[in-house]
Design a protein around this ligand. Structure first.
Ligand code: FAD
Length: 185
């Protein structure tokens, strides 16, 4: 049997943003190792570990949901983040108000994110905030003001009240998840 090539790539050596499928693939090499490597070779396959989105560094998250001054109910926002399994970010105003810790701030004086999807809720899109999301692939916005600067940057905008839209999304996503569990593949 011919051994497959195994390529080890140093962190940041390759562009990982596009296209990015967002799911890891685990190849079972146990037999290969047993057959072809000396028995004293100390290779241990630890498998894949699924992390909660909240445990992933913001800069590495594939899906970020971010709150601004237009989010009045942080508990609703956190519930939405949980059902969407998204990492949490915030605007500087939301951080300054004490709603989120400083490490969640996105923007010129916060973190730069490069998520495949960035959902901005109640964020106006000040230039300092937009700087932190310039590398995001899809920007989705919930804002009651369709003239907010972030709407121009968005790929999709929902114009409406943050609290109402968040509740509707929680219901829809929860129902969709339940239906998926019930329906065999
Ligand atoms: C030197 C400097 C550095 C800065 N660095 C950063 C940074 O790193 N990150 C950052 O974010 N900011 C930064 N800022 C601040 C920035 O200029 C903005 O003040 C800030 O981003 C505004 O935050 P916001 O969009 O959450 O709030 P706001 O500007 O108050 O906007 C709130 C938005 O929510 C909408 N809204 C309100 N109520 C509702 C509702 N009920 N439903 C739906 N939508 C609603 C409004 O229409 C508005 O668009 C910096 C500023 C300076 C001067």
């Amino acid at each position: 049997m011919q051994l497959p090539d195994i390529v080890l790539i140093a962190a940041d050596a390759a562009e990982s943003k596009l296209p990015f499928v967002g799911a890891a693939v685990q190849k079972d090499c146990t037999n290969l190792f047993q057959t072809h490597l000396p028995s004293d070779n100390p290779i241990l396959d630890l498998g894949l570990e699924k992390l909660a989105a909240s445990d992933i560094a913001l800069e590495e998250a594939d899906f970020v949901i971010s709150a601004g001054n237009g989010v009045n109910r942080v508990d609703t926002f956190m519930q939405l983040a949980k059902v969407l399994d998204a990492a949490i970010g915030a605007s500087r105003v939301a951080v300054d108000d004490g709603k989120f810790s400083r490490d969640k701030q996105i923007g010129a004086t916060g973190k730069t994110v490069s998520a495949r999807a960035y959902l901005a809720i109640g964020i106006s899109g000040a230039v300092q905030h937009l700087q932190g999301i310039k590398d995001c692939r899809h920007v989705i916005v919930i804002n009651r003001d369709n003239s907010a600067p972030i709407v121009k940057r968005a790929n999709l905008s929902v114009i409406g009240d943050a609290e109402e839209v968040m509740h509707a999304l929680i219901t829809l996503v929860s129902e969709a998840k339940l239906n998926k569990e019930r329906t065999p593949e």
